[in-house]
Design a protein around this ligand. Structure first.
Ligand SMILES: CC(C)(COP(=O)(O)OP(=O)(O)OC[C@H]1O[C@@H](n2cnc3c(N)ncnc32)[C@H](O)[C@@H]1OP(=O)(O)O)[C@@H](O)C(=O)NCCC(=O)NCCS
Length: 217
């Protein structure tokens, strides 16, 4: 199946328009054509012990299994957005990959329904991560901007986004995308464990809202 293409115009003149298309950064539905760069990125996430950013461990994959069964992994990821999950899990999860010039850069996850106590309190509507070897190049800021467009297309009016208090890059990304601070909450031990965190120190979660009123569709 072909991936969904959402190319945003970045330039205005006809000459530079071609450059804009060639350089396009977009969010794509996971697809097998991105296999090589995705596995490269997953290997990079695994090296910093953050493979869970890709959802691979959650779906039962390590990097070796990803190599062997990539098509099945892509299928499993796409199934997370199936509406049948509303009954079984209380929410759907739309996963998109950030693609730059054909290369996998990172992913975001959009949960239109905050259908569990965890999501409504700590998780929020959107999660994102950029592969370690592509950070500090503006991709984090861009992925949230594109994810907000996607939320608007899904019919959402405002989104809840959360981050750890000490996650400076993520705070910058949320605030520069219009995030309005609502409150800070201390994550209790049970929640930290459910997230797989090993640290025993308290973690402050910051909650922000972004209104989508003037977004493009
Ligand atoms: C958070 C994350 C997505 C940032 O991605 P990124 O591509 O490096 O972000 P950007 O390049 O767009 O940088 C955003 C801002 O953070 C700053 N920044 C990035 N990395 C930083 C660092 N290590 N220390 C301090 N500031 C940093 C940038 O300078 C930029 O600031 P500016 O707005 O003043 O220009 C990335 O570090 C990541 O994937 N982390 C792991 C997963 C995660 O924490 N996800 C967020 C969950 S809420």
């Amino acid at each position: 199946m072909c991936p969904r293409r959402q190319v945003l115009p970045q330039v205005t003149s006809p000459e530079s328009a071609l450059v804009g298309v060639l350089d396009a950064i977009s969010l794509e539905t996971p697809a097998e054509i991105f296999r090589e760069s995705f596995i490269d990125g997953a290997t990079s996430f695994a090296a910093e012990k953050r493979l869970e950013s890709t959802y691979a461990p959650f779906l039962g994959y390590d990097v070796h299994r990803l190599r062997r069964e990539f098509g099945t992994f892509v299928w499993d990821l796409r199934q997370l957005a199936d509406s049948s999950r509303l009954h079984s899990s209380g929410y759907r999860d739309h996963v998109y990959w950030l693609i730059d010039d054909g290369e996998y850069i990172g992913q975001c996850s959009i949960r239109p329904e905050l259908g569990t106590p965890y999501l409504i309190t700590y998780g929020g509507h959107i999660g994102y991560s950029i592969r370690p070897d592509r950070r500090r190049q503006g991709y984090g800021r861009r992925i949230l901007d594109l994810a907000l467009d996607e939320c608007y297309s899904l019919g959402m009016e405002r989104v809840l986004i959360t981050c750890d208090e000490d996650n400076q890059p993520s705070r910058r990304i949320i605030e520069s995308n219009g995030g309005q601070f609502e409150s800070g909450l201390t994550m209790d031990r049970a929640v930290r464990r459910a997230e797989g965190r090993k640290s025993d120190t308290d973690i402050q979660k910051l909650r922000y809202w972004i209104e989508l009123g003037d977004r493009r569709r």
